[in-house]
Design a protein around this ligand. Structure first.
Ligand SMILES: Cc1cc2nc3c(=O)[nH]c(=O)nc-3n(C[C@H](O)[C@H](O)[C@H](O)COP(=O)(O)OP(=O)(O)OC[C@H]3O[C@@H](n4cnc5c(N)ncnc54)[C@H](O)[C@@H]3O)c2cc1C
Length: 309
């Protein structure tokens, strides 16, 4: 069958879009390996509008429950599949290949978000998951009573440090530039902890260890001086890489591999394909923004489908 719309990914953007699409009675297929998106790993989210605080897991669960309540005539959900290729057919419809199937649709909304950027310094590959980790709420307790480092001075870095301070002996956060991207209130809270060290204008240059991580060497970007600190855990929070490989060379991407969209409508360079959320070249990436952008896309897709697109 040919759907009106295939939505790729079920983070906040994909979930928001699916609810709106089903309510507008577009024949919708949602394809995703899992529900909830990146903040699934957050211990608490304080800025999800209408909720003072909610854990990432509970937010993911409530979004999934909400989306699944629309399954029926207008909504089909396929989980545990990932999009691998998208192409346009001669009749103007699209074929979406996943790792298991091929699906057809009149329009496509890409909300596949992004994944973690990894360190590329000596030792980074060797000690991946042997001390180098990416999720404080999942792996933090493994480092209870130990000295750890966090790489990255954005909100994710500081939130990671905040979580680790609950069980680690000491946390050292490293930031490449002199200023931090994290919110001032979060920085102030973390910096006031006596078990916390915050280093600015330094960059990691090597991970040291035998079977597991035993230390981290960093260099001052001002003086070039190198220092090694003993740590057993290194939590990497240096940004995201868009999950756009399956449309690379098909829709236009920017130099960071994010999908370029018209920010009034979320249309991509290909007529009939929209994108929303962290996978796009939007300036700001947050849960609420992803949902808003996805809904903007659905409003535009609805007009496109009803106009015979
Ligand atoms: C640790 C952490 C904490 C955060 N805390 C906050 C916070 O407190 N408040 C806030 O507003 N924002 C927070 N953010 C940012 C927020 O999580 C993102 O802005 C938001 O998740 C983006 O939503 P999205 O739907 O665009 O993409 P994502 O959340 O990345 O979701 C992408 C979806 O696409 C799926 N997918 C991926 N590849 C494919 C594929 N090939 N085919 C099909 N599906 C695919 C994924 O499984 C997932 O379901 C945090 C981020 C992190 C990493």
């Amino acid at each position: 069958m040919t759907y009106d719309l295939i939505i790729i990914g079920a983070g906040p953007a994909g979930c928001g879009a699916t609810i709106y699409s089903a309510r507008k009675q577009l024949k919708t297929l949602l394809i995703t390996p899992s529900f909830g998106g990146q903040s699934d790993v957050s211990s608490e989210i304080y800025n999800w509008i209408g909720t003072k605080a909610i854990s990432g897991t509970n937010l993911a669960r409530s979004m999934e429950e909400h989306v699944r309540s629309y399954v029926g005539e207008y909504l089909t959900i396929v989980t545990k599949e990932s999009a691998t290729k998208l192409s346009k057919n001669e009749d103007g419809t699209f074929s979406l290949s996943t790792d298991k199937n091929i699906y057809m649709s009149r329009s496509i909304l890409i909300t596949a978000g992004s994944g973690r950027r990894k360190l590329s310094i000596p030792g980074a590959d060797t000690f991946e998951n042997k001390g180098i980790v990416y999720c404080a709420s999942c792996d933090g307790p493994l480092f209870s009573g130990q000295d750890v480092a966090v790489i990255g001075g954005g909100n994710a870095g500081f939130e990671t440090a905040m979580q680790l301070l609950a069980y680690c002996k000491h946390v050292t956060l490293l930031n490449r530039s002199a200023s931090f991207k994290a919110d001032a209130v979060t920085i102030k809270h973390v910096a006031s902890n006596p078990h916390m060290t915050i280093l600015a204008e330094v960059e990691p240059i090597a991970i040291i260890g035998e079977k597991f991580v035993t230390g981290l060497t960093y260099k001052s970007t001002k003086t070039g001086e190198e220092t090694t600190i003993p740590v057993t855990g290194i939590f990497v929070e240096i940004g995201q890489i868009p999950n756009s490989a399956f449309v690379d060379g098909f829709v236009n991407l920017d130099k960071y591999k994010r999908i370029i969209v018209d920010h009034r409508t979320q249309r991509t360079s290909i007529n009939g394909i929209w994108a929303a959320g962290d996978i796009t070249d939007g300036l700001y990436h947050q849960n609420n923004i992803s949902v808003g952008d996805a809904i903007k896309a659905i409003e535009n897709i609805y007009l496109y489908i009803k106009a015979g697109g």
